[in-house]
Every structure is written in C-alpha cells, then in structure tokens.
Design a protein around this ligand. Sequence first.
Ligand code: FE2
Length: 374
Amino acid sequence: METAEQLRATEPGEDLFAIKGIHHLEFYVGNAKQAAYYYRRALGFTLRGYLGPETGVKDRASYFVQQGKIRFILTTPLHPDSAIAEHIKMHGDGVRDIAFEVEDAAEAYRITTERGARGVMPPNVSSDHFGEVKTSTIATYGDTVHSFVERGSYSGFFLPNFVERTDDLAEGCGLKHVDHVVGNVDWNKMEETVNFYRDVFGFSRFVSFDDKDISTEYSALRSTVVANSNKWVKFPINEPAEGLKRSQIEEYVQFYKGAGVQHVAMESTNILETIAKMRANGVEFISVPEAYYSDLVERVGAIQEDVAELKALNILVDVDDKGYMLQIFTKPVEDRPTLFFEIIQRRGGESFGKGNFKALFEAIERDQAERGNL
Ligand code: FE2
C-alpha cells in the first residue's frame, strides 16, 4: 500500500501569469503589538517595519516581521467600525491575505477576475519617496484574499508607508521560507476550491489523499494539493470527511466561522536546532506518543537524524519515493482551535505528512493496548 502522497500532477496546468512567489502573509489580529512580541520572542521573527497613525495611516497598526524569506504583516484595527474589526469579530485572529509577488498586478487582476474570481480591490498604486508599488486583490475561500504585489523599481525595504524598525529582541530560530499554506474548506467544497485555482490561476492538481485512502479513516479529512508550475506556491486544500473521530476540519470551520487558513508550514534546514530553540522560547507543540518512535526506522528506513533526538523533541518523519521529510505542528496560536504552524525540513521528500496520520493513530492505539483499554 502506498503510504505517502507524491507531488505528482494528475492534472497538469500552466500558470496563466507569472507568480514570483509568496510576497507576504497578512494576519488580522486583536492586538498586533502583543502578537508581534510572540512572533519575535517565541517564533524567532525580527521586527523590521511599522505602519500606523505615526506614519500617516489612521485606521490601523501593522507590524512587519521577517525571518529568512518569510514576511508576515500583523495588523490590528484602531476603531470598531472597520472591515478589519469585523473580520476579527467573526474569525478571531487569522490569515487574511496570502499575497503573491507578480510582474504585473493589473494584468493578474484582469486575468483572474475575467476567469471568475471576485475582485476585492482593483489595481491601486501606493507610493512614498522610494517609488511606487502597484497592488490588487481578489477573494479566495472564505474571507481570505490573495493580493498581487508589483514592486517594479520600488527601492524601499518593504512596502510604502512602512517605516523601518530595528529589533534588538529577536533571536532567529532558523526558519527560511514558506513551504506550503493549507486552506480548510467546508463539507464538499474541496473540488470547487481546487477548480478555482485551476481555472483562475492555471495551477496544477496533485495526487493526495481521498475517500479510498486509509488515512481518511484516521484523520477524517480529504485533501488535494494545488501548486503553480515551479511549485513555489503549494496549497493543500482540506475538507471534512466521515471518519472514526469528528473531523478536525469540521471543528476548524465551526470555530473560524467558515473556510480559512489552517496552517502555514515554514521550512528549516536544521529542524532539530529550530525546535530546540522554539521549545526553549515556550512554543507549544502537539505531543507524540512514545510508541510512534518504536517502529520509526522500520517504517521510514534509514535517516540521518538520531531517533532519540527526534523523540525528545517530538518530531515526526514521513517518507515517499523521493526521500523523506521531518515535521512538527504547533498547537493553535490563538484560543480558538484554528490557525497553527508547521515546521518542516525536507530531505528530498515532497510529501505533506500523510503517513503520519496513520502512524500517530496506531501509536495511540498501542499505548491504549498497553493500558489494557483496547
Ligand atoms: Fe502541512
């Protein structure tokens, strides 16, 4: 039986316009000042910029934090009568915008809206003394949006209206870039969402798990991956499925009040060091039963890492025909059981960790059996 999904296109697409990569993710949060502290002190980001009343923007405060090539904007509203406040009231803290860097923000807007995307903001130029940046925005699942950022010859450090900040607080955790961003959608909405990325962007659809797959039984979800042609943008899309337990996707959708970003996976080139630092910083991770590690080598074959170290840090391993990958999930980073982060290190493997659903479930059962409760 195949236990790991491979990133093999089942429906090859062709990008309808060039996407250079993910420019940034913007989070709407209840208290951006305090969130920025967590992202710096716990997750290892560096504060690089700020936008707010002091910089001429009256309705919000935004903190731009960065680690490696990962750029996050943490935004909070300053007044109750704002779309940002409404978003937070409905969804709690979460990802609002997965912004792409593109050659031409007007062209990206024209193509995507002509092909069925709902426009949120037509092409708009913002400028400061470093030049101008053109942006446009379309809607995707739930209240989540994709902005298109055209930097052109803009020479500022980030985006107009942000002033540079220096940070003497953060100590990096070794995160390099965004590996993938996962969207959770409601019952029976996965196909529609996958088709949206095919029709509007020309993204390819990849093999992942479905009804017939054993993992569904354990994880109660169906998932399909869409990606652009250079695979720099990878979006697994999950929907709830009937399983042995209530679907975690259903729980997400209930608490987020609709579809939204479930997790953002960030790559480290040394996950052992990264997780040791994050744990020391107080980041909470989901715990893995000891029994998971008893058959690890048997399950995944030879790996470079010391199993005892992986076990001590609760890092998971999944294997496919290209190699293996290591991963770990944080607990939700707000009080609703919604958004969390994944830290991933790829050693050739292209999977998203499907094999771990079954392995984790079986490990829990082994523990249960040891207590005589199975
Ligand atoms: Fe993931």
